[in-house]
Design a protein around this ligand. Sequence first.
Ligand code: FES
Length: 575
Amino acid sequence: MADLDKLRSQRWLARRDFRSHMHGSRIMQMGYDRKDWEGKPVIAILNSWSEFNPCHMHFRQRVDDVKRGVLQTGGFPLEMPTISLNDSLVKPSALLYRNMLAMEVEEMIRCYPVDGVVLMGGCDKTGPAMLLGATSAGVPAIFLPAGPMLRGNSRGKTLGSGSDGFKYWDDRRAGLITEEQWGGIMSGIARGPGTCMTMGTASTMAAIAEALGMALPGASSIPAVDASHQRMSAEAGRRIVEMVHGDVRPATIQTRQAFLNAITVAMAMGCSTNAIVHVIAQARRAGHAIGLEEFDRISREVPVIANIRPNGTSAYLMEDLYYAGGLPALMKRLEHHLHLDQMTVSGKTLAENIAGAEVYNDDVIRALDNPVYAEGSLAVLRGNLAPDGCVIKPSAMDSKFLQYRGPAVVFDDYPSLKKELDNEETTLTADHVIVLRNVGPKGAPGMPEWGMIPIPTKLLKQGVRDMLRISDARMSGTSYGACVLHVAPESHVGGNLALLRTGDIVSVDVARRSIAVEVSDEELARRRARWVSPPQRFERGYGRMFVEHILQADQGCDLDFLLTAEGSPAGEPDI
Ligand code: FES
């Protein structure tokens, strides 16, 4: 049991001086009495509910379940709204604002009388952002994932977020479905509260939070509308109070081994490529030098066993993973790859969390010797086109591109690319390698999810469904195809991608982990001498701060001044 006098909030509320008197009067202004807070841990429930974020629409009610848990355990809960980032609606990219939310979380914890936090997030960047902020703030924290939506449905067909939108949009452009059918997909693909129910970034990052030990066992796969989600929320409220008493901080849980567990689980899940930038950033905030090497090494060791779209050929979605036993069952299958002695927010080790877990459907959670894909879902490629690395997702692409060589067609911006994709007279063929540049962390800025470059309409009508595509952008976790992403350094800062010309031959060899442009070093040097840096976007405000301080994709896209090495976590304010 923590010494209550040592609680951070007591510095604001427990003294018998003028300032404490004033602070108490402001708490009483909300109708609370002294017995509501005196001698109790103050728990901030950071809620990213917003009417602009349908993935979090149930958080408005769910916060009451968290409060119930906090009150049952003798804490004093106060809800704290945060900005909310809906990955579909925020433009040009929610990643642009991930670090803004992370800063908000860190600073709000720092400046208010907070002893512990429940982080209510889920839609793609919100979870990583909140965990980044809480990691730097350093107070006890527990992540409460929003939970996936139920399966989509239209005309009796199951629909998966993003993946089926992309698939049927290709069919629409190829003239294979009617306007009415297309309208049915719009109304049926997102049927209620929760995050994308494919193995997109939201599902990936929730699973990573659980594997890391920062979310309760099983929390990441519970559908948003399931009553279990309410019970899990109340349990999160109970646990955070106990964690404050036990002084269990993120640094206790987020060890290097815990991050390796998280990467292992991500690979077995067939994770979103976005996991890379978020995990690297968070590990670095926690003080661990984890980079692309760890992802590639673990990818070679761990097969994809979650048979969830967009991996594999099944129609299974997160709802099916939940019924199959959820993440604890998947981790049970992986136990020989995991560091089981790691402590988690449940107050138990990972081994204890998964001790009784069972798989109820062997086609959804495959056995290790019957995987969806024999290696992990991601591969890190390097070569003269990406000296600092880039990423491809072999588990969700046509295998003929695992080793490929073809002529590049280069586009400097999205509008000119789009015009050519829609051009019925285009000279692009299925053999070409489509390249989009200036869409990286600084160039776009914010590295939008434009990396799954659409197949040209003319080729779609010929039945082409995959091509090799290369960019310094990201792609949605719900996307698929032979898309080389996160090319680092990006073209905007003078990476070799900026020197590529239409007609250059590009080669990719996933087994060798290589990517190259077949142009001599001397010719690249000549081109570099003539290269002119493009103008910076965003002249003012947060966007300007972002482009002046953003790190490259292989370093997690954090802001350089937020790195832990830049200063100690959350210095205490003078009160
Ligand atoms: Fe919110 Fe996909 S748009 S999780």
